[in-house]
Ligand binder design. Structure first.
Ligand code: HEC
Length: 260
C-alpha cells in the first residue's frame, strides 16, 4: 500500500466515524452488542399495503419511465401511490435514488431495472426471506421468470409517447442486455430511437402491472408463489435456460465430495 492510499483510507474511516456508524462498529470490535443491534436493526415488516389498480399503476410506470427510467419507475408507480394512500414509510423512501437501475444498472446491461425495481418493492413490502415469510423474495423470483417467458411488452398505454406499432419479443432472460438486444434485432431500431424508448417504457408498465396483480393476491392472502430459487436446484447462481448461452454443452458445477 502506498502512503497516499494509507492517508485516504484513514480519511474514509474518520469520515464514517463522523456519521456515528463507525463509532458503533469500532467500540465493539466489529460485533454489535444487544443494545446496539436493537438500535441499528430497526426494520419491521411487512410494510403497510393497500390494493392498487394494476392498469393505473402501469400507466404511471410508463410515464415515469420518461423521467426516471425502468427501475425507479416501477418503484415510483407503486410507492408513489402508497405515499398518498398510506403515508410512511413510503414518504421517507428515496424513490429517485434508484434512477441508477437504468440500462441494467448504470448502463451495464445486467438485470433489467424493471425486474430489480419489482424485487425491491416486493422485498420491502413483504420483507426479506429471513423474516416471517419468504414470499417477498419468491415473488421477485416469480417476476424474473414471468419477464423471461412473456411476449413483451404486454402493456399498452392509453396515451403513448410513440404512436406506431412496435414488435413484441420473448427475452428468455431477465437481463437488460439480452432483452433489449433481442428486441433491437427484431425491430431494427437503435438505442436512442423513440420506438426503443417507448418499448422499454411499455415493458416497465408491464412489470408494474403484473407485480401489482401479485401484491393484491398477497394482500388477499391468496398468493401461492410460482417463484423458485435456481441456485438451490443447479448448484450455481443462474437463470434456468442453460442452453440459451451454453448450447448443447452445459457444464456441471463442481459437486461437494461425499465423505463416507
Ligand atoms: C446468460 C447466459 C448463461 C446462462 C443462461 C447460463 N450460463 Fe453458465 N456460464 C455462462 C458463461 C458466459 C460462463 C463462463 C464460461 C467460461 O468462462 O468458459 C458460464 C459458466 C458456467 C459454469 C462454470 C464454468 C464451467 O465451464 O464449468 C457452470 C458450471 C455453468 N455456467 C452452468 C450453467 C448451468 C447449469 C446453467 C443453467 C441452469 C447455466 N450455466 C446458464 C453463461 C450462462
Amino acid at each position: 500500500m502506498t502512503d497516499n492510499q494509507g492517508v485516504s483510507r484513514r480519511g474514509v474511516l474518520s469520515g464514517i466515524g463522523a456519521l456515528g456508524l463507525g463509532a458503533i462498529v469500532l467500540q465493539t470490535g466489529g460485533t454489535y452488542t444487544d443494545a446496539e443491534a436493537k438500535a441499528v436493526r430497526m426494520e419491521k415488516w411487512p410494510w403497510p399495503y393497500v390494493k392498487l389498480d394494476p392498469a393505473k399503476t402501469a400507466e404511471i410506470a410508463y410515464n415515469e419511465w420518461y423521467r426516471v427510467y425502468c427501475g425507479a419507475a416501477v418503484i415510483s408507480s407503486i410507492f408513489g401511490q402508497l405515499r398518498q394512500k398510506v403515508g410512511e414509510p413510503y414518504k421517507s423512501f428515496p424513490i429517485d435514488a434508484f434512477i441508477f437501475l437504468e440500462g441494467g444498472v448504470s448502463g451495464w446491461g445486467t438485470i433489467c431495472g424493471s425486474n430489480l425495481g419489482a424485487n425491491i418493492v416486493s422485498n420491502l413490502i413483504i420483507g426479506p426471506r429471513t423474516g416471517e415469510s419468504e414470499d417477498g423474495m419468491l415473488m421477485g423470483s416469480e417476476i424474473l421468470q414471468w419477464y423471461s417467458d412473456a411476449q413483451l411488452p404486454t402493456f399498452k398505454p392509453k396515451n403513448p409517447k410513440f404512436a406506431g406499432e412496435i414488435p413484441t419479443t420473448i427475452s428468455n432472460s431477465p437481463l437488460c442486455h439480452i432483452s433489449v438486444g433481442r428486441w433491437m434485432k427484431a425491430s431494427g431500431k437503435e438505442l436512442k430511437s423513440p420506438e426503443r424508448r417507448h418499448r422499454c417504457a411499455c415493458v416497465t408498465g408491464s412489470v408494474a402491472y403484473h407485480l401489482v396483480e401479485l401484491l393484491n393476491e398477497w394482500k388477499d392472502k391468496k398468493y401461492d408463489t410460482k417463484g423458485e430459487i435456481p441456485a438451490a436446484a443447479f448448484g450455481i447462481q443462474t437463470q434456468m435456460n442453460c442452453g440459451d448461452c451454453h448450447g448443447g454443452n452445459i457444464p456441471s458445477p463442481p459437486q461437494a465430495k461425499v465423505v463416507k
